[in-house]
Design a protein around this ligand. Structure first.
Ligand code: HEM
Ligand code: HEM
Length: 220
């Protein structure tokens, strides 16, 4: 069995920053629309954090398009590989769409988005009640879709890490491998960062099925 390799540090930082912000955004969003007293304050925080998510996800998309993704552990079969790639692309699409829909929705309501309570962003949609209604529904739908896809994503990572013990979580973790753990143990809970480019090339050389390697690295 091949030991999994880690994502580059910048990818891991962007991943956990996005995760923290998106969990906060979902929580604030659902609380905000059900709260009377703190609606205005939460709406301000929600818009500022939402624009921050947009900036980070654009940076993350550029990062994803310019680096090679480490190959998945051998415990991930052909079909599951397709599902993993599909779900990660879906997450990217939802994370890009949601802040833009939020921004357009506020614009369609005839208001401008305020960042940090003072910086007014330009309106990106015309003032239109019908358009506002459609975008408002879309914002809710995307929020529920995000909850579902993130739940599936986290469940899959935990299933692999805790049940199959293939070190899936360590691909995105910061912890170092235990000193007493064997260097190539696929079931090791954590592992040291490795040079991704070198690891990918090394695997490409040793891979008996180069077609599978291409799917597993640059095309993911
Ligand atoms: C809002 C929450 C989250 C979002 C939006 C999210 C999104 C993503 C995306 C887009 C990727 C693909 C990697 C890339 O190309 O950048 C990924 C990978 C990963 N995520 Fe998350 N994630 C979230 C939460 C979590 C949590 C809570 C965990 C831990 C249980 C986790 C563990 C992982 C791991 C281990 C990978 C690497 C999977 C692989 O090897 O392909 N994620 N995540
Ligand atoms: C990843 C980013 C975002 C997430 C996850 C998110 C999530 C949510 C959620 C869950 C709700 C409550 C929906 C409902 O219960 O029907 C909501 C409402 C709302 N969101 Fe977002 N949102 C994001 C970005 C934005 C952005 C960038 C803006 C504006 C700049 C925005 C503006 C709003 C507004 C104004 C509401 C309340 C609408 C109302 O009072 O009827 N959101 N959001």
């Amino acid at each position: 069995m091949t030991a999994p390799t880690q994502f580059p540090v910048r990818t891991r930082i962007l991943h956990w920053l996005t995760a923290l912000l998106v969990f906060s955004m979902l929580f604030i969003g659902f609380v905000m629309v059900n709260s009377l007293g703190s609606y205005a304050a939460l709406r301000g925080i929600h818009m500022t954090l939402g624009v921050t998510v947009l900036v980070i996800v654009v940076a993350r998309t550029a990062n994803r398009l310019t680096h090679r993704v480490p190959r998945l552990p051998d415990t991930v079969g052909w079909l599951e590989h397709k599902v993993v790639v599909g779900s990660e692309l879906t997450l990217y699409a939802l994370l890009l769409a949601q802040p833009l829909v939020g921004w357009a929705m506020v614009s369609a309501a005839g208001q401008s988005v305020m960042v940090l309570g003072s910086l007014h962003l330009p309106r990106i949609a015309p003032f239109d009640a019908n358009l506002y209604f459609i975008l408002r529904q879309t914002h809710s739908l995307i929020a529920y879709a995000l909850v579902a896809v993130i739940a599936a994503h986290v469940s899959a990572v935990l299933l692999h890490t805790l049940t199959l013990r293939d070190g899936m979580l360590s691909r995105m973790a910061f912890a170092l491998r235990r000193k007493d753990a064997p260097a190539n143990a696929a079931s090791s809970p954590t592992q040291e960062p490795v040079d991704m480019q070198a690891a990918v090339h090394e695997r490409a050389d040793a891979d008996p099925d180069p077609g599978r390697h291409r799917r597993s690295s640059s095309n993911r």
